[in-house]
Design a protein around this ligand. Structure first.
Ligand code: SF4
Length: 447
């Protein structure tokens, strides 16, 4: 039974030391009761209280981590139903599925482009997370061969899919994974699957057609010693799956119903076309999926799913930033102009794309402005002459160019006088207000 904030408060040190970031122990206790922070944020809780608070401190959705050769996929630990309430913590892992009736050569040929796929999205490197191998032959050695073939292409985490524990055992032997995910336990095989999960330290997907069935199975499997599970609610269509997924997450978060407090598993049935797979995957990403499987890899299918996932799992209170530094555009020479902007990613890409598209070479100094756009950063005191001058020196701009001329964004013309004082031997130019006008400015004013 979950403890109230007052009950938790009585077990805290009650020194109001603020080391947790809250002004009082009571404020911390209230947040802990609401599942909005973790007990580890208070470094002073006694071991005795930790043990007593373990139930309240446990996240309502268990964190499940798949590990393989330095790669990790984490799912769970979520504490809110909607992103605007706080933020979602762990992006769902995206997996591509192959089947063991394909030859090893076909499997490798299918997976190689998926393994190599990376896309640069506003400065972020997005890629897929792992692969799933499904037994459709029912043959343990064919399954092991398929698992080995995947391992020769990728070191990423694996999902092993079969309802037959003997087949799964062969796959686990063949897999070079520290923590794979087994799919799946059900009412008929859960004891054998739980034994395998325990023996190989694997996580276990639990299949169920209803909430009662899922909750009953997770309790039994937990009793058998397996903690890391994922839930696969078997709806017949998108609507049923969405309803079941939402009910599971609501019960976990709002009612603290531990038996359903696990990440969700989402995979299309065999034979679903690429359009259905993409809709199901998008639904899974948007609504509580922790591990999402698709059969088809093409860049045009993977890209929107990766971008959707990135947008949903980005903290709306933290702007996406690019790394401050001196960026080269169109192979600049020492004569090329030096432009300045901030490290808000949309600002950076607006400026960089306009200059890049013009074909004109330039050095772009991206100044540290805590990820804010030019005007916002200037108004907040995060983009001022002192900071710009500091970054001119930090990134050795003078060593790259044969001139000493720097172009400020037009919106911050007011900084030019102060920047002249900070950089006395530099000529300060004021550029246009809008990035779209930069090419004309560079041709007419800087040429
Ligand atoms: S760190 Fe612990 S003891 Fe200090 S104020 Fe926070 S809850 Fe209280």
């Amino acid at each position: 039974m979950a403890l109230s904030g007052i009950q938790i408060y009585k077990m805290l040190p009650r020194t109001n030391c603020r080391d947790c970031g809250f002004p009082t122990c009571l404020a911390f206790a209230m947040k802990l009761a609401a599942k909005q922070i973790e007990l580890s944020a208070c470094p002073h809780v006694s071991d005795e209280s930790k043990a007593q608070l373990a139930e309240s401190a446990a996240p309502p959705v268990r964190l499940v981590t798949l590990k393989s050769n330095g790669y990790e996929v984490k799912a769970g630990n979520e504490v809110v139903l909607s992103r605007h309430e706080k933020t979602f913590c762990h992006k769902p892992g995206l997996f591509i599925r192959v089947k063991d009736d394909e030859t090893a050569a076909d499997i490798k040929a299918k997976l190689a482009p998926a393994e190599a796929y990376h896309v640069d999205y506003v400065g972020l490197d997005l890629s897929l997370d792992g692969f799933a191998v499904e037994s459709v032959t029912g043959d343990a050695s064919a399954f092991a061969t398929a698992v080995k073939a995947v391992g020769e292409v990728s070191q990423r985490p694996l999902i092993l899919m079969s309802g037959d524990p003997a087949v799964i055992a062969a796959g686990l032997e063949a897999a070079n994974n520290e923590t794979p995910l087994i799919h799946a336990a059900d009412v008929d095989n859960w004891e054998a699957m739980a034994r395998l999960a325990k023996q190989y330290k694997a996580a276990l997907v639990v299949n169920g057609r209803s909430l009662d069935e899922l909750a009953d199975l997770t309790e039994k499997i937990k009793g058998a010693g397996v903690e890391d599970m994922a839930l696969n609610p078997l709806g017949d269509n998108l609507s049923q799956r969405l309803a079941l997924s939402t009910q599971i997450r609501r019960l976990a978060l709002k009612k603290n119903f531990r038996a359903l407090g696990y990440p969700l598993f989402v995979a299309p049935a065999n034979g679903e076309d690429a359009a259905y797979q993409s809709i199901l995957a998008a639904q899974g990403i948007a609504k509580y999926g922790g591990f999402v499987v698709i059969d088809t890899f093409t860049p045009e299918l993977a890209y929107p799913l990766l971008v959707l996932r990135q947008n949903i799992y980005t903290d709306p209170q933290k702007p996406i930033q690019v790394q401050p530094g001196l960026y080269e555009i169109n192979d600049p020479t020492p004569d090329s102009p030096v432009l300045v902007t901030t490290n808000f990613s949309i600002t950076y890409f607006s400026v960089a794309n306009e200059v890049d598209g013009s074909g004109l070479p330039a050095w772009l100094l991206v100044a540290e402005a805590e990820g804010m756009s030019v005007l916002t950063a200037w108004a907040a005191g995060k983009f001022d002459a002192e900071r710009i001058a500091k970054d001119v020196k930090r990134f050795n701009v003078a060593d790259q160019v044969s001139h000493k001329r720097i172009v400020l964004p037009g919106h911050t013309a007011v900084l030019s006088g102060e920047l002249e004082e900070e950089l006395p031997d530099w000529e300060i130019k004021v550029g246009p207000r809008e990035a779209v006008d930069l090419p004309a400015f560079m041709k007419q004013v800087l040429a």
